[in-house]
Design a protein around this ligand. Structure first.
Ligand SMILES: *[C@@H]1O[C@H](CO)[C@@H](O)[C@H](O)[C@H]1NC(C)=O
Ligand SMILES: *[C@@H]1O[C@H](CO)[C@@H](O)[C@H](O)[C@H]1NC(C)=O
Ligand SMILES: *[C@@H]1O[C@H](CO)[C@@H](O)[C@H](O)[C@H]1NC(C)=O
Ligand SMILES: *[C@@H]1O[C@H](CO)[C@@H](O)[C@H](O)[C@H]1NC(C)=O
Length: 466
């Protein structure tokens, strides 16, 4: 007898051995089969009883803490391939099946209705955001490491608004710093500070002949040595309540010799790719890259002038850009340009329904900001881009996020978006537009206050041990 046979099989076999007459085999066999079936049924019922019990223990009334968790989960999921943001880009026939698989069976009509509404909302939760925003504005305090006007590196450590207006591709870095120095968040008393700002400007140091690209890692290393040796604040948290801001991707290189800054401090950076090891979603903050524009375009809301389907212009420096230009260069409704434009850039952004943002060397470019500025719905083709303000804004409600494998289907994807859905997307672009603008003196909900809000969210998860 095999050692693994169950007691029941043994019992059946014993019976057969005692009564070997051929006729009795049938009832004994039947008895064994019935016993097996009964045992099988009992085990099934037991399982579902157990399952039922565990289900009842789920709290049906989510507390505010759960709501916060949910916001975090949204951000986490947004990084997954199966996030609704990404699904939005799939041909619509795929969607219902996915929704059916994931949505709960009871009350499905109600939840579908709710889901639809959420899809069109600019914010994950507007009420929570407004409530927290108010608290952030009144309570957040920042200490900036002080530097003298006579410091030989004052050009990189102090704000620049005395010399020139921020401009160009990496203006976000200078704007953020200039506005922060003048803002009401600043305190001269480090004991009441929630967060500490490391005021070096990567962009300025990069152009400073005494430092340059090659000298950046040593400069930052020396600077951080000063900070950790001469002040007690860094060591209290290992730098978790410290932050710096940089828009040029060279910032990555600059942090090469200061691992603690990379892994502990809050990095407010434009090249926020969670594919790279130097950026940590949730800890770090995605700074929007915005080319500052000053003349206000007229009549943004009118979509009738947007005759063409989509637009892209830019040098084909990455395989993605090459693929898009190669696939769509002769298309009559998608207008892609690998070189210089013959007509003004703004005319294209105002004349197309969708404006493509395609990853170059880095995930970030100023094109999302441009699309917002001219009221064009951004189409984002930059895998692993931790989009700015992702934990506040519902990107699905005002953009189309696609992946590299969608390039051949780009036209089908965009054409399958109904005119009604497009007008919702476009109206939401105009609503979200203010979050992607810098102002010399900050205005509520502009890019500056949004970044401050992101910092405030991170501050709440740091505890200083005294
Ligand atoms: C968030 O995710 C965690 C881990 O997956 C899970 O335990 C928790 O229940 C989720 N919360 C909500 C509100 O979905
Ligand atoms: C670090 O401190 C030394 C001595 O106080 C000073 O000479 C140097 O300029 C400082 N470096 C930076 C980057 O602040
Ligand atoms: C902070 O810690 C570092 C490394 O342990 C040490 O060298 C430094 O002196 C400490 N700074 C202060 C201000 O105590
Ligand atoms: C676009 O037109 C040019 C010139 O006629 C041709 O060489 C090229 O192969 C075409 N590209 C595609 C994708 O059809």
């Amino acid at each position: 007898m095999a050692p693994w046979s169950s007691p029941l099989t043994q019992w059946c076999n014993n019976l057969r051995r005692r009564k070997p007459a051929p006729l009795s085999v049938v009832p004994i066999g039947l008895a064994c089969v019935t016993s097996f079936l009964i045992l099988f049924y009992v085990s099934l019922t037991f399982d579902s009883c157990f399952f039922h019990l565990t289900k009842i223990h789920v709290d049906p009334h989510p507390s505010p803490v759960v709501v916060v968790q949910h916001q975090l989960n949204n951000t986490i999921n947004a990084n997954d391939e199966d996030h609704p943001i990404v699904n939005n880009a799939q041909p619509s026939s795929v969607l219902p099946e996915l929704t059916q698989l994931t949505s709960p069976s009871k009350g499905s009509t109600e939840s579908k209705h709710h889901k639809k509404k959420y899809e069109d909302e600019v914010y994950h939760d507007k009420e929570i955001f407004y409530q927290n925003y108010k608290e952030m504005k009144t309570s957040l305090k920042i200490y900036i490491y002080p530097h003298n006007k006579n410091d030989p590196f004052a050009n990189a450590l102090l704000p620049t608004n005395d010399y020139y207006q921020p401009s160009g591709n990496y203006a976000s870095e200078a704007y953020f710093k200039n506005v922060l120095f003048k803002s009401h968040f600043i305190t001269n008393d480090p004991s009441e500070a929630d967060l500490f700002f490391l005021p070096f400007s990567i962009a300025n140091l990069r152009h400073d002949h005494r430092v340059g690209v090659r000298g950046l890692p040593d400069f930052i290393f020396n600077y951080m040595t000063n900070i950790t040796q001469n002040y007690p604040y860094w060591n209290r948290t290992g730098g978790a309540d410290h932050f710096y801001a940089a828009c040029h991707s060279i910032g990555k290189l600059a942090m090469e010799k200061v691992d603690q800054v990379k892994s502990n401090a809050i990095q407010v950076i434009c090249s926020s790719s969670y594919f790279l090891t130097n950026y940590y979603a949730h800890k770090d903050v995605s700074l929007p890259q915005i080319w500052p524009r000053h003349e206000e375009p007229l009549d943004l809301a009118s979509t009738s002038k947007r005759k063409k389907l989509a637009f892209y212009a830019g040098t084909a420096i990455s395989p993605l850009r090459k693929a898009v230009v190669k696939t769509w260069e002769n298309d009559s409704s998608i207008s892609v340009h690998g070189g210089r434009l013959k007509t003004p850039y703004s005319e294209h952004l105002l004349g197309c329904k969708y404006c493509l943002h395609i990853k170059g060397f880095e995930v970030n470019t100023a094109r999302i900001g441009d699309a917002f500025y001219y009221g064009c719905v951004p189409v984002i083709l930059a895998d692993y881009y931790d989009l700015p303000f992702m934990d506040i804004l519902n990107w699905k409600s005002f953009s189309v996020v696609i992946t590299s494998s969608d390039i051949p289907n780009l036209k089908i994807i965009l054409q399958s978006i109904s005119p009604k859905k497009y007008s919702i997307l476009q109206a939401n672009v105009l609503k979200a537009r203010k979050h992607f603008k810098w102002n010399d003196s900050p205005l509520d909900f502009d890019a500056f206050y949004m970044v401050m809000y992101e910092l405030w969210l991170r501050k709440t998860s740091i505890r200083v041990l005294s």
